[in-house]
Design a binder for this molecule. Structure first.
Ligand code: AMP
Ligand code: MG
Length: 329
């Protein structure tokens, strides 16, 4: 029921805003990273954000399940002493009350029951590499009912509220809880508006989005698809689910994420929030073969080949046909 979903999201959006300010503090005061076992970077901001979001879900919906990126083990083993005191200070500051590192680790590791109707999927900082290079990143909070994305919030602290205005405030929260409900809010100003994806089917003006990290996709396949489908609006590369946010705001028509290597399967926390928001804004989402995304396999999209988000059905067909033509050439 969309109203119930909207209430669920409303009770985590305050935590999402606390995350934006925590991320900005880390960027301005103490930007440093630790390496995870797959050599991807993680920061105290990733852990602080996951703690704040999980805490809000635990307090409001203890019977909901969570599938999220980070665990506290790595934080405890790898953080320097100064980083532990910093995360305690930052999370305490965000909440306005003193918490301990044990509180924070308990929230990070909260996963709820495993038979819940609702499952949240959280990437506390999606695009940590973008965060470290002070480019795009997103705090991503997605909600599944069964295996269907039904709601999501993306906070993009470095993305303009108005993509067409050079003087726009920077920092936007986007949230959606079903068809027609997608809205954007400026993080630092009293501004909000309903958003929708672009309905134009003209390939000449279509803009395509992909990852900054070439190893997270297959840029040659994307440019091949553009040539095959005569798409000439440009290929822009952003880190994180900010790509989904831009599609939902009408700022681009395709986000193409081919499988980066044959055995790679996408993490669901990289997609649930973005997919829910894009679909609510009128976009069409599938994998690169046009198959519906199947979120019914735990933390990975085991049965899909990459991900494709397009602003409308015409853009979707152009992307699928162009990928097929390029792969079969
Ligand atoms: P993006 O900023 O769009 O490049 O996506 C960032 C996400 O890519 C991270 O949250 C990782 O979960 C994910 N990722 C890491 N390695 C790979 C890979 N080899 N292929 C695709 N995605 C990856
Ligand atoms: Mg991520």
């Amino acid at each position: 029921m969309p109203h119930e979903i909207a209430n669920f999201l409303a009770s985590v959006n305050e935590a999402a805003l606390q995350c934006a300010s925590l991320c900005r503090k880390v960027q301005s005061e103490m930007l440093a990273s630790m390496d995870k076992s797959d050599s991807s970077p993680v920061t105290i901001a990733d852990y602080g954000c996951q703690a704040l979001i999980h805490r809000a879900i635990l307090l409001n919906y203890p019977d909901h399940a969570l599938i999220s990126e980070e665990g506290s083990d790595h934080l405890r083993k790898n953080a320097a002493e100064g980083e532990i005191s910093a995360i305690v200070r930052l999370v305490s500051g965000a909440l306005g009350s003193e918490v301990t590192i044990d509180d924070i680790c308990g929230w990070i590791d909260h996963r709820g029951p495993n038979n819940s109707e609702y499952t949240w999927s959280i990437d506390p900082i999606d695009g940590t590499k973008g965060f470290l290079r002070r480019a795009q990143y997103a705090v991503a909070i997605g909600l599944l009912q069964g295996s269907t994305p039904v709601g999501g919030t993306l906070v993009c602290p470095s993305l303009p509220y108005d993509l067409n205005d050079d003087n726009s405030p920077v920092g936007v929260l986007i949230s959606a809880s079903g068809p027609g409900t997608a809205r954007k809010f400026a993080i630092d100003a009293e501004l909000s508006a309903s958003i929708s994806s672009n309905a134009s089917g003209d390939p000449a003006s279509m803009r395509v989005l992909g990852s900054v990290e070439s190893a997270h996709g297959d840029p040659a396949l994307v440019t091949g698809m553009m040539e095959a489908s005569k798409i000439t609006g440009g290929f822009v590369r952003y880190d994180s689910q900010a790509k989904y946010a831009v599609i939902a705001m009408g700022g681009a028509e395709m986000y193409v994420r081919p499988r980066s290597k044959p055995d790679y399967r996408e993490n669901i926390w990289d997609h649930v929030a973005g997919v829910a928001i894009c679909e609510a804004a009128g976009a069409v989402v599938s994998d690169v073969d046009g198959k519906a995304l199947d979120f019914g396999h735990g933390d990975k999209l085991l049965e899909n080949r990459g991900v494709l988000a397009t602003a409308n059905p015409l853009a979707h067909k152009l992307a699928i046909d162009g990928i097929k033509a390029t792969e079969n050439a």
